[in-house]
Design a protein around this ligand. Sequence first.
Ligand code: NAD
Ligand code: UD1
Length: 343
Amino acid sequence: MNKLILVTGGTGYIGSHTVVELMNEGFDVVIIDNLSNSEKSVLNGIAEITGRRPFFEQFDICDKKRLHDFFRIYKKLDSIIHFAAYKAVGESIEKPLMYYQNNLTSLMNLLEGMIEFKIPHFVFSSSATVYGQPDQLPVNEEAPFKTADSPYGNTKQIAEEIIRDTVNANDNLKAISLRYFNPIGAHSSALIGELPRGVPNNLVPFITQTAAGVRNELKIFGDDYNTPDGTAIRDYINVVDLAKAHVVSIKRMIEQKSKSDLEIFNLGTGKGSSVMEIVNAFEKSTGEKLNYKIVGKRAGDVESVYADITYANKELGWKAEIGLEETLLSAWNWEKYLRNKKR
Ligand code: NAD
Ligand code: UD1
């Protein structure tokens, strides 16, 4: 399909992997990114993998006038995949207005543009964070939102409501909201991956940096959860598998297969892994020994969450295919690539 797709946040972690999968499927891509949490060199990695270079526009989507000018130039947009957002949970607690401002203004500007310029399809990056600690596991899309633990989590809940109200009020607009569980790993080429700024908050970048000697030790947050080995459980999904679900979602809307104007899908593997299992799988797949110690729980962490993926399997015909060890090895190969580049 040679339709033109706008990918906001397309030089970011999940965005860049999705751009690759879109281009591999023949889509044309234009990226908007203000590079607040990514680098322009990501475009080189994308070009090296796909043999093509996406269009790139560097600006802030919160700048409504600039976005309007963009829509006037790129008249043939078929769909928008909206990744651009701030995503650091701790920072959102310290600077809530910065998060509400960026994550919600950007969304509303885009939706207004879609209505004015008649762009019919929208895919939104939501998060499993909307579920908090669910009452039932695995958690399905019908589970109620829990009070958000952070302004970041709240922006995802509010965003889904904004999207729902907007598609309800506009006949020609369709949207799919994808609730990601824990995306990890990197492209198998090790040419693109996650670029955490400063000390990583997330488990896998912290593991790879510890193995690379950048961090002294991994702190495992709590071993007295009510889980088989006492450490917390999450659903870790390979970022390339995750990226492919976006391509499937776009095609679903283009082929008019949506069952409703806003569809919501969990994107996970359906399998929970404990922190200790991740550490063991990393050591096994890479042959690296990890220095770690058990410390107290991290405030705000839930005990266990993993996805019910029945609906995504059935409706999207999509499921995660890459195993945990291969995924952790890809994260390690990317870390080594980054270290070599810095030398
Ligand atoms: P990322 O920070 O790597 O990518 C986001 C990109 O958006 C960055 O390149 C950043 O420069 C850009 N950006 C931010 N605000 C912008 C703005 N106003 N205008 C233009 N560009 C802007 O993050 P990611 O991990 O790729 O996450 C992508 C999306 O998925 C986010 O919406 C995030 O909340 C959501 N999500 C991520 C995870 C995860 O674990 N990574 C989990 C659940 C949901
Ligand atoms: C975090 C965010 C969540 C976001 C998700 C994906 C919080 C509270 N939640 O989820 O909103 O959607 O990332 O980006 O930040 N762990 C350690 N040591 C570490 C780091 C993590 O033991 O150094 C543990 C955590 O306690 C958790 C698991 O590893 O049990 C995964 O942590 P992390 O990668 O930060 O993701 P989440 O907390 O699930």
